[in-house]
Every structure is written in C-alpha cells, then in structure tokens.
Ligand binder design. Structure first.
Ligand code: PMP
Length: 455
C-alpha cells in the first residue's frame, strides 16, 4: 500500500527490518557498550542519544573534519555534524591549538575573570550579526533564557511569542504549539511544565502575519523569539515579505524581536540576519561558533543596551537570574575566537554553501527520478528533504508530514554504508571539510536506497 510519502509500506517494513538486522550485525562493539551502560539513565550520557534509528547508538572512536570512526572500526562521512555543534568540522586545527594553548600553556579553564579573547569575539559577532553588545552563556538555551528575562524586565510584559513547532532549546516558554482549535497549547511530551504554557507564551504559525498580529494585539508580548527560517521541523523557509512583516508588526505593538541564529547561522557568516538584511533587537546563538567547545551568546541592540544600563532594580551582577558561573570562560572564548577568525570564515561559508547547493541539486534529481512526492529545502550550508511536495509552509503542516518509519529506514540504510545524517531529521550540513566527492558518495547511496524502496 502506498501512502502520502509515496512509498509502499510493506516494502518499507521489509527493507527496514533487513537494514536493522545488518546494523546490529555490523556494530557488535557499539551494541556491547550500550549494554554495559547500566548506570546511565536510559543507557546514554544524555537522553536524546536514544534517538537512534536502529535501536542503539554508534559509539564514536575518532572524529576529524567531516569524518567519524566508530568503535567497530567503520568510517563515516558525517553530514550530521553534531546537529550543528560541529558545523566547523570535528576538532578543527585552529580551535584545537587555541584550546590547547589556553589549557596547557597558559592554564585556567574557568576563573570568573575575563580574558581578552571575549571582547575580540564580541566585536566579530557584532560585525557579523549587526547588534553591537554581546554577552556569553554556555548553551544557546541559556542565551535564549537570559535574553527572555532581559526583555521581560525592559518591557514589563509577561509573554513571549513563538512559532508553532519551533525549537529554541529547553526553554520552558517555547514548548507551545497551535492546537487543532487554533489556540495555543502545551507541546506534546512537555516534561514537567512549571505552569500552563499559555500563561507565559503566545504562539503563531510561521508565515502567517494575520495570526501573528492577532496575538501581538493583546499587548502583553515582551518579545517574539524566532528562527528566521524554522530548522527544527524540517526547514521551513520564510515566504517573500514575511520577515519584513514580522519586523513591522513587532514594532507596531512595542514587542522586541529576537533572532535565534543557532541553526540559521548556516545561511552565511552573519546568519540569516545578514543574509536577509534583518534588523532584530537581539540575536542569540550557540553550538557552532565554539568549534565544538560549549558556548552560547546573545547580542543586544544599542537601544536595548541603553534601556538596561543603569537599571539599579535589576541584579545583573549576582543572583538576579541572568548569568552562569562558567559562562564566558577562557576556554570557550579562545575556541570561539579561533573558530570565527580561522574556521567559519566568510570564505569558508562560500565553499560550504557551494557544496550544499550541489547536495540539494543532486537529491532533487534523484527524488524526481523515482517520482516521489518529496521536497528539498536549502538554507545556505544546510539541506533537508521532507516527505511532502510542495514544501510545508509552517511548523504544523511540516509536523503532519513526518514519517518516522521512512526516516529511520533512510538513516540506517545510509549508516550501514558509511554516511551519517542528523538523527532528528533528514538534515545534511556541510562543513568546510565536506567535499564534492563526499556529496557524490551520499548521492550514490541515497539513489540505491530509493531504487530499492520503489522497485
Ligand atoms: N536554538 C535553536 C534554534 C536550536 O536548534 C537549539 C538546539 N538544537 C537551541 C537553540 C539550543 O541549543 P542547546 O541545546 O545547545 O542549548
């Protein structure tokens, strides 16, 4: 029986079982390591690592550039790149050097004292993302959390608006979706919500300016926290005029605009903000900028920084709810400086985006060859296919087109032949090390998979 995704479910089930069995046979050491992890909650260091298509995770032995070797000795072309954390490639030499110099030569992993690297990183972020004043966290989640607090403080408003099926880290306020009745409600699976999410948040569909205006008109929204393109429910690109409309409406209703560039950084050296010429009040980012070392950052506009400066009622120096002990530590700052200045450079992005364009063109052609009703979206160095054509216009539509069984099959099929995709979606990210040959190798296997699936 063929379904919406255009594949025969019987054939899919049969091939998926074959590939899972091959995976188990191919990876005895990973399987044994998983079995030995009795004292890890869920057998993994972090519960998300159980998001595997084949029942247990592959254990990493070595990782360099866009290559990974697992403990069973298999080599992989890595298009997952740590779900963007390793967009710079694994252990890029300038980052390794900078971190080694900091740790081994100079010493001091964490001191609660500044190093000069931080101001250099801030200036570089300001050059790229337009907002002038930066502060650091260890994760993008925390950068978002602290930005939210600052904007609540400045506006005196309680709510934050999100797009349905967005992801901004484990931020309580963001776990809201548009329900079937058109109203906001808690996202399915929301763990231990501190309060009903509609007390803290509002929600609109991406690409829906009328819906956004309806919500902002309540006058209680401190900030819209958004990705300029959704990237965590497939890639959902903004329609012409949408982002300009968001900026106009946020200004009209006195609401601040935060661009979360953690993933949309793939659009170019200054992320989607520079690529589309956007004018957010705040930019948040994390993951890739540290070249693999934990870091998060938020940048504030001139006006916003001025509004916060001199507010003696806000404790920004101690326990007021903004900041963290290890944030801005010397190692994160050294790594981020090296990564931005020497690895994820303007020139590197040109190469990565060229590679991604070839990746997108190739999979489009293969999907077309087999007449599958799928679509391909590209955001700079990042490419994703979705089992729907035309591409979904918002998060709810995109969520409805998920096909976990098909996705898992493709992931395992590729992994069994030495290619890794991001476990959470059909996303492929190009690092500065990813070559045209790597893209071709992916396409050969992807073609084989679709051939088998449709024959
Ligand atoms: N923002 C976006 C857009 C993300 O995709 C993510 C993580 N995938 C985060 C924030 C949170 O990053 P972290 O888990 O490193 O805090």
């Amino acid at each position: 029986m063929s379904t919406e995704s255009g594949v025969d479910r019987g054939r899919l089930a049969e091939l998926a079982a074959r590939e899972r069995a091959a995976f188990a046979e191919r990876n005895p050491r990973s399987a044994a390591a998983y079995q030995r992890s009795d004292h890890l909650f869920g057998r993994v260091p972090m519960t998300w690592m159980n998001k595997t298509a084949a029942g247990f995770p592959l254990y990493v032995a070595t990782a360099r550039g866009n290559r990974i070797t697992d403990v069973d000795g298999h080599d992989y072309l890595d298009f997952a790149l740590g779900d963007t954390g390793a967009m710079a490639g694994h252990s890029p030499a300038p980052v390794v050097e900078a971190v080694t110099r900091r740790l081994a030569t100079l010493g001091g992993a964490t001191t609660m004292m500044p190093t000069e690297d931080a101001a250099i990183v801030a200036a570089e972020l300001a050059r790229r993302f337009t907002v002038p004043y930066w502060s650091f966290a260890l994760t993008a989640t925390d950068a978002n959390r602290w930005a939210i607090r600052l904007l609540r403080a400045v506006t005196g408003r309680s709510k934050i608006l999100f797009h349905s099926y967005c992801y901004h880290g484990s931020v309580d306020e963001s776990l809201i979706v548009v329900g079937p009745d058109g109203n906001g409600r808690s996202r399915e699976g929301n763990v231990g919500a501190p309060t009903d999410v509609t007390n803290t948040s509002r929600v609109a569909e991406f690409n829906d300016l009328a819906g956004l205006e309806r919500e902002l008109a309540h006058g209680d929204v401190a900030a819209v926290l958004m990705e300029p393109a959704l990237t965590n429910i497939g890639i959902v690109l903004p329609e012409p005029g949408y982002l300009a409309g968001v900026r106009e409406l946020t200004r009209k209703y006195g609401t601040y605009l935060i661009n979360d560039e953690t993933h949309t950084f793939s659009a170019g050296p200054g992320g989607a903000t520079a690529f589309w010429g956007l004018a957010p009040d705040v930019v948040t980012i994390g993951k890739a900028i540290g070249g693999g070392i934990p870091v998060g950052a938020y940048g504030l506009s001139e006006d916003l920084a001025a509004a916060l400066t001199g507010r003696t009622d806000l404790d920004l120096v101690d326990m007021g709810g903004v900041g963290g002990t290890l944030a801005g530590n010397p190692v994160s700052m050294a790594a981020t400086r090296a990564c931005l200045q020497e690895v994820l450079t303007d020139a590197a992005f040109a190469g990565m985006i060229g590679t991604a364009t070839a990746f997108a063109a190739g999979i489009r052609k293969i999907i077309e060859t087999y007449g599958l009703p799928w679509s391909v979206s590209q955001l700079g160095a990042r490419v994703e296919y979705r089992f729907a054509d035309p591409a979904p216009r918002n998060g709810t539509e995109s969520a409805a087109k998920a096909d976990a069984e098909l996705e898992d099959f493709l992931h395992v099929y590729l992994a069994n032949r030495g290619v890794l995709l991001t476990p959470f979606h059909n996303m492929a990210l190009m690092s500065p090390d990813t070559t045209a040959g790597d893209v071709e190798r992916h396409h050969e296997i992807f073609n084989e998979a679709l051939h088998e699936l449709t024959s």
